[in-house]
Design a protein around this ligand. Structure first.
Ligand code: ZN
Length: 277
């Protein structure tokens, strides 16, 4: 299958963290006025605006809420910490429900004081504890595999295979996978695991940006589409061949772009989405 460039913005979603300097009212207004169609809300927005208030702001704009970021961070050597994490994830599910977001993305966590395998076992226990609430509230959960460079503290799930294995263990319609190109582009098994994920109806989200060469900061130097070495259109092709029809969500953490004019930045996002996604 040949994937053609997008000719409109019907599947463009932007994460609020991408335009971190903007408050939620401003972000929503700018996205909508530029023709962006979807929004993924980061929980830090709730420091100033309650979920129901954010829901109303988004509703007025006509934007579609794609997901809430993020839950997870289940593992810890400390049992009390693990229980706190589960409580926090249950809160995140309630927030997603109030926001009427259909999906909560999980950055699953890891504790460097124990093996990644032990952390993965605790991730499984964490998901097991919150999955019934996800079903009751009608909010799906998406495991986002993170690049292995984050295996110390951010996630012990580092490949699509590990994410698929975890989702497969539960085999629940409420649990799937979020594919973020920044984390998985290097993986030789990527195409095969995207196919497997699609076969299980578990392709829940698609996050896009680029891996800059060289990367100045492993967390806060993500590039615009086309600015680095990720063959974004190839990966989108695999996603669509596997049945994915959802939004392409622009998720860029960048100390560089956060310091620039956010109107110009959003215009660049739209241009590079049309050119490279
Ligand atoms: Zn992501």
């Amino acid at each position: 299958m040949n994937v053609k460039p997008f000719t409109d913005l019907a599947r463009l979603c932007v994460h609020t963290i991408t335009t971190r300097p903007l408050d939620i009212e401003n972000a929503v207004e700018k996205y909508a006025s530029l023709g962006v169609r979807g929004i993924t809300v980061w929980r830090e927005v709730f420091k100033t605006d309650k979920p129901r208030q954010v829901y109303k702001i988004i509703r007025r704009s006509g934007l579609e809420t794609v997901s809430l970021c993020r839950g997870g961070f289940f593992p810890s050597v400390d049992k009390d910490e693990r229980e706190r994490a589960i409580a926090d994830n249950l809160s995140a599910l309630e927030e997603a429900s109030e926001l009427e977001a259909p999906l909560l993305v999980l950055v699953c966590g890891s504790d460097p004081l124990q093996s990644p395998k032990t952390s993965r076992n605790q991730i499984r226990e964490g998901i097991e504890a919150i999955l019934p609430s996800a079903g009751r509230l009608g909010v799906k959960l998406a495991i986002e595999p993170l690049h292995p460079v984050y295996a110390d503290i951010r996630s012990a799930i580092n490949t699509m295979k590990q994410a698929n294995d975890m989702a497969g263990y539960f085999n629940s319609p409420w649990l799937g996978v979020a594919v973020d190109v920044y984390h998985v582009w290097w993986d030789e098994a990527l195409q095969r695991e995207i196919v497997r994920c699609g076969d299980n109806n578990n392709l829940f989200a698609f996050h896009i940006c680029d891996w800059k060469v060289p990367t100045g900061d492993i967390l806060f130097d993500r590039g615009l589409m086309g600015e680095g070495c990720i063959d974004l259109r190839q990966i989108r092709c695999w996603m669509e061949e596997a049945g994915f029809k959802g939004f392409c969500e622009v998720e860029i953490f960048s100390e560089i772009y956060w310091k620039t004019d956010q109107d110009e930045f959003l215009n660049k996002i739209i241009r590079t989405y049309l050119d490279f996604a």
